[in-house]
Ligand binder design. Sequence first.
Ligand SMILES: [Zn+2]
Length: 210
Amino acid sequence: MNSRTAQVAGRLVDRVETAEKVVALTFDDGPTAADTDAILWLLAQRGVPATFYVNGGVAAANPGQLERLVAAGHELGNHTQDHKRLIFVTPDGVAAQVEPTDAAIRAAGYDGPITFRPPNAKKLVVAPVWLAQHDRTTVMWDVEAEDFGGGPPQPASDIAERVLAQVRPGSIVLLHPWNGRAATQEATGEVIDELRRRGYRFVTVSELIG
Ligand SMILES: [Zn+2]
């Protein structure tokens, strides 16, 4: 079973039921310093807020980048310390992956809600119980477009088209713009511009889920 929507305990969201044309852009992994300028610029140019699911370990290796995301007014979420799959881990193992990243996010000056997104969205067993006990909301997505199959490089236009074909009111879009993924960065700009033309407005995850 590989389920993005079923979870044994705790609140899990992959989209919000609404007729309103609102969408949340979510960016997983990072923050890798070499990409921050490009990502922040494409969002700032368009006045769009996003939600960043960051890895505490990457943030530690790239000092100052979380602070930049916070200063730009974006929402931060927890994507674990080491991008570890939370399968067959003890409650302490879950805590060891979640708590240091929370601490790094707070240390960067962020005081908003911190939702959680598990790496490699496979079945979770212990993690949902821990997350429920700690009153954490797990946020998945209903739109994904990037090809990680190892084939030829995916052009930005392909990523953008796939996103645009799936987005509907209340969607949560998953993208990976870090680690030098220029095609995703470019596609993100295209997606924003086209969704705006279609009448969409951009919100953070916590704004979307209320
Ligand atoms: Zn990830």
